[in-house]
Design a binder for this molecule. Structure first.
Ligand SMILES: [Zn+2]
Ligand SMILES: [Zn+2]
Length: 301
């Protein structure tokens, strides 16, 4: 082939499809995303860490936070987001979210994990793995939206083990007002049946489905019901109703501003019939549940 012929050829790479952008970490799909039983952010971080054979603590420290700091600078009250367009860096200023104890709730930790993870896994749907931020905004700080201990349903873990489905921890279990598993109709557990300890929502060495303290599988029920579990059994119908209301809200609020889904949420809140039980065995839990549902109902009207 002469030089002239070569010059008339198309560029060598025009015949090949462009290589898709590769993610630095596995682009793990969140379990049951955009449903009422969507995986929570904490569970996602733990499963991603496990997929890379490291602990969540190592993943957060060595990958997620450095990735966050590449695009964001944190001030006292603000976060500065850096954009680089063709060598020109522009800066946007955002209000710094308040700290929350549970990273499944919108707060500074959840913000850092989501913004740090997005470029690493090339996913834009991780915001769906936390409790919709508008609920926390509407509720204020008087009522605990997300619990400060880890809670789980042992039978859900066992079902996943039996049918060899991915073991994960749904976002729903983090919501304080939710006290019962909607599928197994039994109280969520928050004390390991083996070492009898409570656990923080996320720890550096946490694994989904296992106790963070003693590493035992959490697929067994404790031998004795605690006082709070007994009170849930005593008013099971009420607790299931609250849980179903919250699930309805999560199912129609995947990743959208509240206004676009407010009519659908209002419908959910109207549709399930409230059980008639006026005297509560556990008034403090009842107060949290009522406050959450009333706040949501007011906000979407
Ligand atoms: Zn369950
Ligand atoms: Zn344990």
């Amino acid at each position: 082939m002469s030089i002239n012929n070569l010059e008339s050829c198309e560029p060598w790479n025009s015949k090949f499809p462009k290589t898709p952008k590769r993610s630095k970490l596995y682009s793990l799909e969140p379990v049951s995303i955009s449903t009422a039983y969507t995986e929570g952010l904490i569970s996602y971080v733990c499963r991603l860490a496990e997929a890379h054979c490291v602990s969540p603590g190592v993943l957060i420290k060595q990958e997620i936070l450095p990735s966050f700091r590449r695009n964001y600078t944190v001030g006292n009250q603000e976060i500065y987001q850096l954009h680089n367009n063709g060598g020109i860096t522009t800066v946007a200023c955002l209000p710094k979210p308040a700290n929350t104890k549970n990273s499944n709730e919108y707060g500074f930790l959840a913000f850092q994990y989501i913004k740090g993870l997005e470029p690493l896994v090339l996913r834009e749907d991780l915001q769906s793995l936390i409790i919709p931020p508008w609920i926390g905004e509407a509720l204020g700080t008087d009522i605990e939206l997300a619990r400060d201990v880890r809670a789980w349903c042992p039978k859900c873990f066992q079902d996943s083990l039996d049918i060899k489905k991915p073991i994960y921890e749904p976002l729903l279990w983090s919501i304080t007002a939710v006290t019962v598993c909607p599928y197994h109709h039994q109280p969520l557990q928050s004390r390991c049946p083996f070492c009898k300890k409570n656990q923080r929502p996320l720890t550096g060495k946490m694994q989904v489905g296992r106790c963070s303290q003693c590493k035992a599988w959490l697929n067994k029920l404790g031998e004795n019901s605690s006082e709070s579990e007994s009170s849930v059994y005593a008013e099971l119908e009420w607790h299931l109703w609250v849980t179903k209301q919250v699930m309805g809200v999560l199912a129609v609020t995947p990743n959208l501003p509240y206004k676009e889904t407010s009519a659908a949420i209002a419908q959910v809140l109207r549709d399930t019939k409230r059980p008639e039980s006026e005297i509560s065995v556990n008034p403090s839990t009842r107060r949290i549940q009522l406050k959450l549902l009333e706040t949501i109902a007011c906000y979407v009207q």
